[in-house]
Ligand binder design. Structure first.
Ligand code: NAD
Length: 528
């Protein structure tokens, strides 16, 4: 229905003199500069500070992203504030009509977006398509806003008195994104924010910002008025600006704990709403009565898919009782995965985002060995032909892991599966509930009572029963627990409508007769 759109017009320009982070090897004439979007226009920053963006499969510089200047960021917020005045006057049906168009454009251009993600983030093309589709689902959910945003009414709470409430938008909101889902996470944020009548200033991850920019550009082409979503770039300076800007009323953040806890404290300290989805350590409990082949496939796919760079990756398997004997088959399955550049259609595991990330993952594997765990499959030193300079780590399995080991205490965010053991389900639940994180977990079993006990007793936000990666579709919310979340109102689902709106409650007293109520100094009650 909609025409295919060309790849983003990333403007070729000579780098500004004094740019801090240029590689000397880079051809400054040809490197692309990622634009901001302010007032509906792509704009090249005047900043002197630029960061390189690398293809994780080669480490070649493919673009540069600016640290937007304070003046540019202030302009973006001011512009979104101005746009709010008109946008909140649009009827909800008119607002979602824009999102219907965006939804179709995202679907029609999935291949183009997936290539962009694979080049900049590294994940395989098929997985990149999943990243986009999970975002499209949130747009679909936002298209239901005319119903979702309804308030409540009750007639006649006392004679002639009615009560009703509205969910009104907050004003300018902000989104701060991580690198691992360059399409899905921006789409978790701005469609729900704008469908509820807000405007948003979006900061994509500085490591892979191109997809976010492209998606906002599509939203503008779909009919979103100028300024309703603006895009700025940068690192901590941008985050601090967002946390402090008086006109920004709410911040949606997804990322790691260091940044998230900081943003939560600084943002709420400034009186803003903050919803923050943070890091994870997700356990899978394997009972000996589980379907063996399905379970092993689920464990390996969820541990090594996206090279383990998912907040819902199943990073730790707890083998219970006789299931301990399944380890060799888990290792055998992991060995079948092909590590390769994400654009190769046969690739199962792509590269990590950066050389620093690769070094960190490899050093966590080394620490496990040093601290007494056993490496059953070692993905260090994997070389991909033709991509020798890429950030590849192959599937790695470490057994004999204890809760004191560094590899267990830290979120690895790489293709590493830790194996723990437990004598029974109670012990497995105790391990999970003692871990500070509570993002997701799963149990594999044929026993209904065991699954029921697990879902009742385990303290994690999202639970899979014979299902890995139980990320809910957007008519439910994404619900982390404990250290995996800050703030009370969840992303998408009904939670996001609450997050992006202020409830206003009205009580009215319309009567034809003159009898009236007797208003006095006593607290009004509605007994009759
Ligand atoms: P990150 O925390 O490094 O970066 C996220 C954002 O915060 C970026 O936009 C970045 O510019 C900013 N940032 C980074 N460090 C900062 C600092 N010190 N001060 C202020 N701002 C800072 O996260 P990442 O590496 O991009 O993403 C991976 C993390 O995100 C993992 O921990 C993963 O579990 C988490 N994640 C969680 C969910 C979830 O829903 N729970 C989903 C996806 C990713």
């Amino acid at each position: 229905m909609f025409k295919k759109i060309n790849t983003p017009q990333l403007i070729n320009k000579t780098a500004s003199t004094g740019a801090r982070l240029f590689s000397t090897k880079m051809n400054k004439q040809s490197v692309k500069k990622v634009p901001m979007i302010i007032n509906g226009e792509k704009r090249i920053s005047q900043s002197k500070e630029w960061y390189e963006i690398h293809n994780p499969a080669t480490n070649e510089v493919i673009a540069m992203v600016p640290q937007s200047t304070d003046a540019e960021m202030a302009e973006a917020v001011q512009n979104s504030k101005q746009a709010f005045g008109e946008w909140r006057d649009w009827s909800v049906s008119r607002r979602v009509r824009v999102l219907y168009k965006l939804r179709q454009m995202l679907e029609d251009n999935t291949q183009e977006l997936a290539q962009m993600i694979t080049e900049e983030q590294g994940k395989t093309l098929k997985d990149a398509e999943g990243d986009i589709f999970r975002g499209i689902e949130v747009v679909e959910h936002a298209c239901n806003m005319s119903v979702l945003q309804m308030g409540d009414t009750t007639e006649n709470i006392a004679k002639h008195i009615d009560i009703y409430s509205y969910k009104q938008p907050l004003g300018v909101t902000a989104g701060i994104c991580p690198f691992n889902f360059p399409a899905m996470i921006p789409l978790w944020m701005f469609p729900m924010a704008v469908a509820t009548g807000n405007t948003m200033v979006l900061k994509p991850s500085e490591r892979d910002p191109t997809t976010g920019v492209r998606i906002v550009e599509m939203a503008l082409e779909a009919g979103l008025p100028k300024g309703v979503v603006n895009v700025i770039h940068g690192k901590k300076q941008t985050v601090d600006f967002i946390c402090d800007a008086p006109d920004i009323k709410a911040i949606s953040f997804v990322g790691g704990n260091t940044a998230g806890e900081y943003i939560y404290a600084r943002g709420t300290g400034n009186g803003k709403r903050v919803q923050a989805n943070l890091g994870a350590k997700n356990h899978a409990v394997v009972l000996p009565d589980a379907r063996k082949e399905d379970t092993i496939n689920a464990l390996c796919g969820a541990a090594f898919g996206a090279a383990g760079q998912r907040c819902m990756a199943l990073t730790t398997a707890i083998l219970v009782g006789e299931a301990k004997a399944w380890l060799p088959e888990i290792v055998a399955k992991a060995k079948t995965y092909k590590v390769n550049v994400g654009s190769d259609p046969t690739a199962d595991v792509g590269p990590l985002i950066s050389p620093q990330s690769k070094t960190r993952v490899e050093s966590l594997i080394a620490s496990a060995q040093k601290e007494g765990a056993k490496i059953d499959l070692d993905g260090r030193g994997v070389v991909v032909k033709g991509y020798e300079t890429g950030n590849f780590v192959g599937p790695t399995i470490i057994s004999g892991v204890k809760n004191v080991h560094t590899c267990y205490k830290e979120e690895i965010f790489g293709p590493v599966m830790l194996i723990m053991t437990a004598e029974n389900l109670d012990e497995a639940i105790q391990i999970i509930n003692s871990n500070p994180y509570g993002n997701g977990t799963a149990i594999f079993t044929r026993s209904g009572p065991a699954a029921r006990k697990f879902q009742f007793e385990v303290d994690a936000g999202q639970i899979g029963i014979n299902l890995p990666i139980p990320v809910p579709p957007p008519f439910f919310s994404f619900t982390g627990s404990r250290a995996s979340i800050r703030g009370d109102l969840n992303f998408y689902g009904k939670g996001a409508v609450q997050f992006y709106t202020q409830t206003k409650t009205i009580m009215s007293n319309w009567r034809e007769d003159e009898s009236g109520m007797s208003f006095g100094t006593v607290m009004p009650t509605y007994k009759k």
